[in-house]
Design a protein around this ligand. Structure first.
Ligand SMILES: Nc1ncnc2c1ncn2[C@@H]1O[C@H](COP(=O)(O)OP(=O)(O)OP(=O)(O)O)[C@@H](O)[C@H]1O
Length: 450
C-alpha cells in the first residue's frame, strides 16, 4: 500500500493494518478456542465449535457409481449428477437455480419444497426419477451432526433466517419433502458442508490435501484431525479409523470477545446491521458478505468528514449494500495509476471523482479491507496447520473472494509464510466445482462403507 496523505483517512485505516505481533496473538487465541471446541468438557460453551463431521475417509479414487448432490450455502443453489466410472474419471452434470431471496427468511416447508422442486426438475431432465440414487447434501450452515446422514442446524448464518429449521435434522426435513412430493426415488445418505465438500473433491486428485477453506459469502474451514482428539465423537477412543474431518465453524471465532483487539469501529457498525448481531465475528471481518459494506461505511464516513469526494454526494452510496464486494476486486485490478475499473464503479455509484486523490484513496480503503481479510484468514490456516503438526499440506480453497479478488491468493500465501514455522510447505489449490462434487464423493464413500 502506498502513502495515505490525509490524516483522517490514515486514522480510519490504521486499525486495519494489523501488525504481525497481533496476528501471532490471533493464532494463539484461535488455537485455544479450537481446543475448547474439540474437548467434550468445554464444547458446549466453546465459540469455535469444531464439529465432528463423521467423515473419516478421504476419497481414494476407487469410488464408482452414480450419485446426486445438492449444494445450498449462500447465493446459489445447485443440483449435480456425478458419475464415477474409473480412476480419476469423474463426470459431472450440474444445474444452478436462482434462489429466491424471499426463501431466506421464509418457512422450512417453503425452503425444502423449493429444493425438492429443483431436484425433481433435474431428475426429469436426466431421466433419473426411478433410479433410487443416493444423494449427498452440501448444507453450508453450522450443524451438529450425530452421524453422516443426521445433523441438526445450530443457527442460521449469512443472512438466512428460515423459520422451523434450527434444532431440526436437515436430512429428515429434506427426505420428508422428497417423500411428500412423491415423484422421485432418492435417498439422502450424506450431509456435509461446503468446506468438507471442497476438501473431499480436491483430495480425490491430491493426496496431500488436509484442509478445505471457503472465502465466499461467508468463511469457514475444515481439517483432518486425529480421531483420538475428536472427543465429541462417541467412538473417539475406539474407532478403527485414525482420522476425523473437523468442521471448525471458525466464522464464530471471537463471539466471546477474544477478537476485540483487532476489531475496528466499522466492524461494530456492520455487526449491528446484520440479522445475527454478536455472532460470526471472525466471518464478519473476512467474508464477501461484509467486505463491500465495510468499504462503503469507511467511504461515507470520509465523505462526511470532507476527506474524499468533496462537494459530491451519492444517494446510491447511502443505501446499505450498494457497494458490492465485487467492486473491491474491480478497483484493485486496475494497474497502479490507472482507474479504468475504478471509474466504472464510480459511475455506478453516481460519483465523479474529479480528483485523482479520491480514486487513489478509494483504492487504499479497498486494499485495507481485503488485506485485513487475507491476514486473518492466513491466521486461521496457520492455526490448523500447526494443530495438525505436519510439514507439508495442500489446502483446497473455494469461494468468490478467493477466486476473483486479484491479489487475495498471493496475500494469503504471503502472510501464511510469515506466520508459519520455517520449513513448513503448503500449497493453495483452487477447487473447481468443489462443494457439490464433494457431497457426491461423501455419498459414494457412505454407500461403499455400507
Ligand atoms: N468478483 C468478486 N470479487 C470478490 N468477491 C466477490 C466477487 N463476486 C462475488 N463476490 C462475493 O462472493 C460472495 C459469493 O460467494 P460464492 O460465489 O463463493 O458463493 P456462496 O456459495 O454464496 O458462498 P459460501 O460458499 O460462503 O456459502 C458474494 O456474497 C460476494 O460478496
Amino acid at each position: 500500500m502506498g502513502t495515505i496523505n490525509h490524516p483522517d483517512l490514515q486514522l480510519a485505516l490504521k486499525d486495519f493494518l494489523i501488525e504481525e505481533e497481533k496476528l501471532t496473538q490471533v493464532v494463539y487465541r484461535m488455537t485455544k478456542e479450537m481446543k475448547m471446541g474439540l474437548s467434550k468438557e468445554t464444547h458446549a460453551r466453546a465459540a469455535v465449535k469444531c464439529f465432528v463431521t463423521y467423515v473419516q475417509d478421504l476419497p481414494t479414487g476407487k469410488e464408482r457409481g452414480k450419485f446426486l448432490a445438492l449444494d445450498l450455502g449462500g447465493s446459489n443453489f445447485r443440483v449435480l449428477l456425478v458419475i464415477i466410472r474409473g480412476d480419476s474419471d469423474l463426470q459431472t452434470e450440474s444445474r444452478t437455480y436462482v434462489f429466491p431471496e424471499t426463501l431466506m427468511t421464509g418457512t422450512a416447508k417453503e425452503l425444502f419444497d423449493f429444493i425438492t422442486e429443483c431436484l425433481v426438475q433435474f431428475c426429469r431432465q436426466f431421466g433419473l426419477e426411478n433410479e433410487g440414487l443416493p444423494l449427498g447434501f452440501t448444507f453450508s450452515f453450522p450443524c451438529h451432526q450425530q452421524g453422516l446422514s443426521k445433523g441438526t442446524l445450530v443457527a442460521w448464518t449469512k443472512g438466512f433466517r428460515v423459520e422451523g429449521v434450527v434444532g431440526r435434522n436437515v436430512v429428515e426435513l429434506l427426505q420428508e419433502a422428497i417423500t411428500r412430493r412423491g415423484e422421485i426415488s432418492v435417498t439422502v445418505v450424506a450431509l456435509i458442508n461446503d468446506t468438507v465438500g471442497t476438501l473431499l473433491s480436491t483430495a480425490y486428485f491430491n493426496n496431500n490435501c488436509r484442509i478445505g477453506l471457503i472465502v465466499g459469502t461467508g468463511t469457514n474451514a475444515c481439517y483432518v484431525e486425529k480421531t483420538v482428539n475428536a472427543e465429541c465423537f462417541e467412538g473417539y477412543q475406539t474407532s478403527p479409523k485414525p482420522y476425523m474431518v473437523i468442521n471448525t465453524e471458525w466464522g464464530a471465532f471471537g463471539d466471546n470477545g477474544v477478537l476485540e483487539f483487532v476489531r475496528t469501529p466499522y466492524d461494530k457498525v456492520i455487526d449491528k446491521e446484520t440479522v445475527n448481531p454478536g455472532r460470526q465475528t471472525f466471518e464478519k471481518c473476512i467474508s464477501g458478505m461484509y467486505m463491500g459494506e465495510m468499504v462503503r461505511l469507511i467511504l461515507i464516513d470520509m465523505m462526511a468528514k470532507g476527506v474524499m469526494f468533496r462537494n459530491e454526494s451519492s444517494e446510491k452510496l447511502l443505501q446499505r449494500g450498494s457497494f458490492s464486494t465485487s467492486y473491491i476486486s474491480d478497483i484493485e485490478s486496475d494497474a497502479p495509476g490507472e482507474y479504468r475499473m475504478c471509474n466504472k464503479v464510480l459511475h455506478n455509484l453516481g460519483l465523479r471523482g474529479n480528483q485523482e486523490s479520491d480514486r487513489l484513496n478509494l483504492r487504499y480503503i479497498c486494499e485495507a479491507v481485503s488485506s485485513r481479510s487475507a491476514k486473518l484468514c492466513a491466521c486461521g490456516l496457520v492455526t490448523l496447520i500447526n494443530k495438525m503438526n505436519i510439514n507439508e499440506v495442500a489446502i483446497a480453497v473455494d469461494g468468490s473472494v478467493y477466486r476473483y479478488h486479484p491479489t487475495y491468493p498471493s496475500m494469503l500465501e504471503h502472510h501464511m509464510k510469515k506466520l508459519l514455522k520455517p520449513g513448513v510447505k503448503f500449497e493453495l489449490v483452487c477447487s473447481e466445482d468443489g462443494s457439490g462434487r464433494g457431497a457426491a464423493l461423501a455419498a459414494a464413500t457412505t454407500v461403499k462403507n455400507k
